[in-house]
Design a protein. Structure first.
Ligand code: PMP
Length: 289
C-alpha cells in the first residue's frame, strides 16, 4: 500500500484523509506541484519548489516549511514507497477553518505528498501523435487568476477536458478571452513554423510549465529560434509541427488540430529531436534520493 505523507507523518493511503472543513476542499484554496522521479533522481526539484513558493506567495499563504524540509520529505516519500521512477504530487491546502471564505480561521496549512507509480502515456501517443480540438470553454482570464499560480482551482480545465472527451479527444486547446491560444487543459503548447518555435506567453493564460522551460533551454542548445508570442488557432492550423509539454506528458507530438492536419500529419522531425533531448536530460539531471 502506498504511504502518503500527511502533515508530518507517513500514513497508509487508506488512512490519508483530510477534514471536510479544509478550505482546499471547500473552496479549492490551495496549490500543488506535479513532479517526476526518473531513475532515482527527482527532476527539476528546485524549480518545482520555487514555483510552489511563488504560488504560495501569490495566494498569500505562508509556507511554514523550508525548501530543504520540503525537498527532504519529497525524497523520503519516494524512498518509503521504494520508487525509482514515478510521479510525485505535492499539495498544500489552506488548512482547516470555518465555513466562511476568509482563510483567517485557517490556522495552519496542510501538506500532502503522494509518490506513486505513474500511469505513463501509451507509446502510441508518441509514435502516432495526438489529435486535439479547440474547446468552447475559455481559459480563466489572467486578470482574474494569474496563470502562474498552480492552484487547486482546476474546474476551468476540467470542463474543457470533459468537453473534449465527449467528442472523443483526449486534449483540448484552450483559448483566452481575447481568442489567443493559452495552453491545453494540462499541458503547454508549442508550434514550429519555418524552423521557428513559438509558444504563448504566460500572460496569454499559460502556466509557467517546468517542461516548457526545459524545452526553451533545449531550443537554445539545438539552435532553434524560439519566441513567446500570441498565437491564434490559425497559427496552430498552419504550423509545420506542434507539440505539447508537461511533467506527465513530457514532449508529445500533435498531428491534427480541429480536423486540420499539422504538417504531414505525422509526428514532426524537430519534435522528435526535442523529445530525445528532453529524455536525455531527465536521465542525466536531477536531485538524487
Ligand atoms: N498547463 C497546465 C494547466 C498544467 O496543469 C500543467 C501541468 N500538468 C502544465 C501546463 C505543464 O506544466 P509542467 O511542465 O510544469 O508540468
Amino acid at each position: 500500500m502506498v504511504k502518503v505523507f500527511l502533515d508530518g507523518e507517513f500514513v497508509d493511503s487508506e488512512e490519508a484523509k483530510v477534514s471536510v472543513f479544509d478550505h482546499g476542499l471547500l473552496y479549492g484554496d490551495g496549490i500543488f506541484e506535479g513532479i517526476r522521479l526518473y531513475q532515482g533522481c527527482v527532476f527539476k526539484l528546485e524549480e518545482h519548489l520555487e514555483r510552489l513558493e511563488c504560488s504560495a506567495k501569490a495566494i498569500l499563504l505562508d509556507l511554514p516549511w523550508s525548501r530543504r524540509q520540503l525537498s527532504d520529505w519529497i525524497c523520503q516519500a519516494c524512498r518509503v514507497n521504494g520508487l525509482t521512477d514515478g510521479y510525485i504530487r505535492v499539495v498544500v491546502t489552506r488548512g482547516v477553518g470555518n465555513l466562511g471564505l476568509s482563510p483567517k480561521t485557517c490556522i495552519k496549512p496542510s501538506l500532502i505528498i503522494i509518490a506513486d507509480h505513474l500511469r505513463l502515456y501509451p507509446d502510441e501517443y508518441y509514435e502516432k501523435g495526438l489529435k486535439i480540438i479547440t474547446g468552447p470553454t475559455r481559459r480563466t482570464s489572467a486578470a482574474a487568476l494569474s496563470p502562474g499560480i498552480k492552484s487547486l482551482n482546476y474546474l476551468n480545465n476540467i470542463i474543457a477536458k470533459m468537453e473534449a472527451d465527449r467528442l472523443g479527444y483526449i486534449e483540448a486547446l484552450m483559448l483566452n478571452e481575447q481568442g489567443y491560444v493559452a495552453e491545453c487543459t494540462g499541458d503547454n503548447v508549442f508550434v514550429l513554423r519555418r524552423g521557428r518555435l513559438s509558444t504563448p506567453p504566460s500572460h496569454a493564460g499559460a502556466l509557467k510549465g517546468i517542461t516548457r522551460r526545459v524545452v526553451i533551454e533545449i531550443a537554445a542548445e539545438l539552435n532553434v529560434p524560439l519566441k513567446e508570442e500570441n498565437l491564434t488557432r490559425y497559427d496552430i492550423w498552419v504550423s509545420d509541427e506542434c507539440f505539447l509539454t508537461g511533467t506527465a506528458a513530457e514532449v508529445v507530438p500533435v498531428v491534427e488540430v480541429d480536423g486540420r492536419k499539422i504538417g504531414s500529419g505525422k509526428p514532426g522531425e524537430v519534435t522528435g529531436r526535442f523529445l530525445a533531448a528532453f529524455r536525455s536530460k531527465v536521465a542525466k539531471e536531477g536531485t538524487f534520493l
